[in-house]
Design a protein around this ligand. Structure first.
Ligand SMILES: NC(=O)c1ccc[n+]([C@@H]2O[C@H](COP(=O)([O-])OP(=O)(O)OC[C@H]3O[C@@H](n4cnc5c(N)ncnc54)[C@H](OP(=O)(O)O)[C@@H]3O)[C@@H](O)[C@H]2O)c1
Length: 246
């Protein structure tokens, strides 16, 4: 797939460079002769190294670190694409809640810090680096389970709510950014269920044919990013380009 709606000499930032989906974005974009420089950010360095890839650490729970990461991109460089592929569903101390009895303030704080507040602060420091006179796209990985109207199963309180909050933050930023960056598009993307560490513990109930490889999900999302228009800014789309209703 080519990014024919973007031109050449592209500068692209991928936040979440060490993750399953972030790594697949880097691998795919490194192969593109349209890309000049890739800027990768995450706490852990990506496994991948390449002459077009500049890595800088970034911790979403530390605002100074997000600010320093944005400043690591030279002032004269404008970004054609910003992809936020960070997120948390579980870790060693945190499992998605099955019911109200599992709710905890600490859990909410940790999940919202990474899934909602972090990406919002990334928007604060990275969106001013978009082009003012040329098409550029900011896409943050959201999730279908963040849709309130689509919620039929319940559970996963913090994750669902943090993604719903992210969707609102995306809409807000899109309204504001449209005033000064008239060719920019700000969207959320649902990648499908993708075979990464994030989904590992929950893959048992997923039919084999609906569990995507990170490479497949990234190919589909890059098609959406390539086709997306300014009129669609502020919305959430799945990997096939279908809008997800909030
Ligand atoms: N996989 C799926 O089935 C699926 C489905 C729907 C939506 N999504 C969404 O897709 C996105 C990417 O998920 P994934 O499957 O690629 O998960 P993953 O493999 O677990 O990657 C998560 C990424 O988030 C980064 N991260 C976590 N905490 C961070 C922090 N405090 N500061 C900076 N970076 C942090 C990790 O980097 P470091 O640990 O190095 O910091 C890593 O790069 C998430 O938003 C997820 O909600 C995934």
């Amino acid at each position: 797939m080519s990014l024919e709606n973007f031109g050449t000499n592209l500068n692209i930032a991928v936040i979440g460079a060490s993750g399953g989906i972030g790594d697949a974005f880097l691998k795919r974009l490194i192969q593109s002769n349209q890309v000049e420089t890739l800027y990768g950010f995450s706490r852990k360095a990506p496994l991948l190294t390449h002459k077009t890839l500049m890595y800088h650490p970034l911790d979403l729970t530390n605002e100074s670190s997000i600010k320093a990461a944005a400043r690591a991109i030279p002032d004269h460089i404008k970004l054609d694409m910003i992809i936020v592929a960070t997120g948390i569903l579980h870790d060693d101390d945190l499992q998605p809640e099955k019911g109200l009895r599992d709710l905890s303030l600490r859990h909410f704080q940790d999940v919202f810090a990474i899934n909602s507040f972090g990406p919002a602060l990334v928007m604060k420091y990275f969106l001013p680096k978009l082009h003012k006179d040329k098409r550029s796209v900011f896409a943050a990985l959201s999730a279908r389970v963040g849709s309130i109207s689509d919620n039929r199963l319940g559970g996963w309180y913090a994750y669902r709510a943090s993604k719903a909050a992210l969707n609102m933050l995306i809409k807000n930023a899109a309204i504001e950014i449209a005033r000064r960056y008239k060719h920019s598009v700000i969207i959320g993307l649902h990648p499908g269920t993708v075979d990464t560490n994030l989904s590992k513990p929950f893959q048992g109930s997923v039919p084999h044919q609906t569990l995507f490889s990170p490479e497949y999900a990234v190919e589909k999302m890059l098609s959406v990013i390539n086709e997306i228009t300014v009129e669609q800014s502020g919305k959430i789309f799945d990997y096939a380009g279908e809008e997800i209703i909030p």
